[in-house]
Design a protein around this ligand. Structure first.
Ligand code: TXA
Ligand code: MG
Length: 320
């Protein structure tokens, strides 16, 4: 359904305990009523998501945070005030109204206000906070278009709201600002440089696997079905007849690849992030045996792009 005209019907589905996929400025989310444990359980089922991977709760307005969670630490409130609506997820104590399944049993909750009018209108119309992970099966590429959701989840979702391609194209930055210095738990669409400019030095927790509190930081995640390898240059691949795909940051390789995607011919990391998952979805559908991906410059949202590429690559061991 078109995002604007489908809101009333989608909100009713949410209130009835159903699942609605909807666009945000980052990626499409798979939403359920965050106050309803059974509805939240359906998200885990539809995504084949392990129960240890907590969900992000979405609110319509910044003022709704204290209504739901009560007073929050000053640094958390300051970040919300500065960056919401926007691609920043904050960690707060789990409110009593939020059932533990939403936070996978953690006593903390991840929460954000998306910067996408139709998403906020949907949450407002539903009248409840909306738990929503990215609308893909666990471990796979995040959806940046409604078609990606339909292809990946299909009949598991009652309604898919179509708002076209998402603006940022990469998930929100997750920050725990409850301690003396903010800690970035997941690199994302809000550049860490921007965070640091607003609140002073931030620490970025290096990615690692097996950490139950932030499985978006699992070493192997965000993966296309085709094996992906991060390469440092654009030399043509060995002429062994295998069809390979190339994900270029700025410049297409001269020859030798069966399919090529260029993320930003201007070398703009923000544009590149917006196109990343879409390009990977296309390379995944191009019938290649391997994807070679060139890293982005390690600055701004480029850091988040490289984070996703490393995790996609970590899914596979390639032996030539
Ligand atoms: O941009 C986004 O954040 C998108 C859109 C839909 O809002 N959502 C998204 O959700 O990326 P998901 O489930 O794919 O990733 C959420 C990440 C997971 O890695 C999860 O572990 C982490 O948030 N998370 C959730 N609750 C947490 C908590 N209490 N403490 C630490 N990490 C948490
Ligand atoms: Mg996800």
């Amino acid at each position: 359904m078109p995002a604007e005209s489908g809101i009333a019907e989608a909100a009713a589905v949410l209130r009835d305990g159903g699942l609605v996929a909807f666009p945000t400025e980052t990626v499409y989310g798979l939403g359920a009523n965050a106050l309803d444990a059974r509805a939240a359980a359906r998200i885990f089922e539809a995504k084949a998501r392990p129960s240890f991977d907590p969900l992000i709760t979405h609110l319509a307005d910044t003022a709704d945070l204290e209504k739901l969670a009560g007073p929050v630490p000053a640094a958390v409130a300051a970040l919300a005030g500065r960056f919401w609506p926007g691609p920043l997820t904050l960690i707060v104590d789990r409110p009593a109204a939020i059932p533990p399944i939403v936070t996978s049993g953690l006593d903390t909750m991840a929460v954000r206000v998306p910067d996408e009018a139709s998403a906020r209108a949907l949450i407002r119309a539903a009248g409840v906070p909306v738990a929503a992970p990215s609308a893909n099966r666990f471990g796979q590429l995040s959806p940046t278009r409604a078609e990606h959701v339909v292809r990946g989840l299909g009949a598991a979702v009652e309604v898919v709201l179509d708002g076209g391609p998402t603006r940022c194209g990469i998930e929100s930055t997750i920050v725990d600002a409850r301690g003396p210095q903010p800690v970035v738990l997941r690199l994302g669409a809000l550049a860490v440089e921007e965070l640091a400019a607003a609140v002073g030095p931030v620490r970025v927790r290096p990615g690692h696997s097996g950490q139950p509190v932030a499985p978006g930081t699992l070493a192997a995640h965000y993966a296309p079905r085709t094996p992906l390898r991060v390469v440092s240059g654009v030399e043509p691949p060995p002429g062994d007849g295998r069809r390979r795909g190339f994900l270029a940051f700025q410049e297409a390789p001269a020859a030798g690849y069966a399919a090529v995607e260029v993320l930003s011919s201007d070398g703009d990391v923000t544009e590149a992030a917006a196109r990343l998952f879409d390009a990977l979805h296309r390379l995944d559908a191009a019938g290649v045996t391997e994807i070679h991906a060139e890293p982005a410059p390690e600055e701004g949202v480029g850091r988040a792009i490289n984070d996703r590429l490393r995790r996609a690559a970590a899914t596979w061991d390639t032996v030539d």
